[in-house]
Design a protein. Sequence first.
Length: 137
Amino acid sequence: MCRKLTIRRHIGNRAALTLTEVIVASSLLIFAIVPILKGLTSVHVNSIIIERKTHSLTLAQAKLNEIKARSIYNYTGNFTETNNPLEGSYLCTVKDGAAGANLRSITVVVGYDLDGNNILGGSEVHVTLETLIARRW
């Protein structure tokens, strides 16, 4: 009672796939997925950069508002700071300079310290805000 096994292309009314068709379909699927995954990875990296820039901007604006408030009563004080740590891995640098007799130039740089060396490098995400502060009385 030996039966001979045969593989048929059509079993009843249903069509079956051959091994070659399965391999071709799988390779086409792989070629389509790889660029999609690369695109998703770059979108994820860009969203992290945008999130860090947005948070840096918020921190820089808060620092600038603090300096403006302090300058009302202490205009002659020095506001310069270098790599002052803020929330998490964010660093703040403030440059204070004279722009005239009753005018000061304040530059605030806030960024995310990627390498953890407590120095904002050129390749690290950072935001720069600059304003002028006038003597009020």
